[in-house]
Each structure stands twice: as structure tokens, then as C-alpha cells.
Design a protein around this ligand. Structure first.
Ligand SMILES: [Fe+2]
Length: 162
């Protein structure tokens, strides 16, 4: 008996959109990591490079799910990113906005999805987004505590990379 594709077209399209968003996030965090390195925030560089590889892992989990269901996902073109990131605070804000948006996208995809197996799979992404939004919010609050104290900011950066 040949292998069946157990995914509908709309679900394949949704998974491809999610996969593209995860690869974009991987790309974006690599870019932010490079910017942080350039500004001497080496803890933040390490943090964002680790985030970048974890986003790539999220992409791969989507690919693996499609494969388990008898389908496959494309490798999308990812837009180039060349804007400068002004500060450590800006870097965290961009990450926060990105994760909130992706969380809202996953909520919408979960709501629209009628396939129980895919809905169950998407729950892990809702959890992923909830925890990363929470983590980045905490980092933004901690950074605000530093105010304009350069020493405090350097300590914060070291903690980020630990
Ligand atoms: Fe992700």
C-alpha cells in the first residue's frame, strides 16, 4: 500500500507559513547577534546566536511533522536583513515584538486548524511562544532596572551570555 499524504492542502500551506516564520526568526536573531557583537555586547551576542539555532530547531520540527504525515515542506527564501540595531534594548524589543507576533500567528493557525493531530502538535508551539515572550519580557524589565548605569548593563550582558 503506498504512503498517503495525511495533510490537507490548507494544513500544508499553514505549516509552510509557520516554517518560513521560524526560519526568518533564525535569520533575524543571527543578524541581531552580529549587531550585538559589533557593539561589544558579547553576552547578548551569545544569547541571540543560541536563539537563532533554537529557531532553526523549530523549523526542523515542522519539517519532521510534515514528513511523519506523508508530506514535506519547502525551504523558503528568507528576506535579507541589513538594518542596524541601535542598542541592547532595541535588540530585546525586536525579539519581543517578533515572538508576540509569532505567538498570535500560532494562536490563529491553531484556531483555524480542524485536524486533531495537527492541533495537538501546534500546542507545543503555543507553549514555546508563551515561554519565550515571558523570558524576553523579564529581560526587558531587568535591563530597565539598569537605567543608564554602564556597569549594571555590563553585568546584565554577562548574565545574558551565562
Ligand atoms: Fe520559534
Amino acid at each position: 500500500m503506498p504512503i498517503k499524504n495525511l495533510l490537507t492542502k490548507p494544513i500544508e500551506t499553514m505549516l509552510a507559513q509557520a516554517a518560513a516564520a521560524e526560519l526568518y526568526a533564525a535569520h533575524l536573531y543571527q543578524h541581531i547577534g552580529n549587531q550585538m557583537q559589533f557593539q561589544g555586547w558579547f553576552g547578548a551576542q551569545k544569547f541571540f546566536l543560541a536563539e537563532s539555532s533554537s529557531e532553526r530547531g523549530h523549523y526542523q520540527r515542522l519539517v519532521d511533522f510534515a514528513n511523519q504525515r506523508g508530506s514535506w515542506l519547502p525551504v523558503p527564501a528568507v528576506p535579507a536583513i541589513d538594518e542596524t540595531v541601535g542598542s541592547l534594548g532595541d535588540a530585546l524589543q525586536v525579539a519581543y515584538d517578533t515572538e508576540v507576533q509569532l505567538g498570535q500567528d500560532y494562536e490563529a493557525w491553531h484556531e483555524e486548524c480542524r485536524c486533531p493531530t495537527t492541533r495537538q502538535f501546534l500546542l507545543s508551539y503555543l507553549e514555546e511562544q508563551r515561554t519565550s515572550v515571558g523570558e524576553i519580557s523579564d529581560l526587558i524589565s531587568r535591563l530597565e532596572r539598569c537605567g543608564t548605569d554602564k556597569g549594571a548593563m555590563l553585568t546584565f550582558d554577562q548574565e545574558l551570555g551565562a
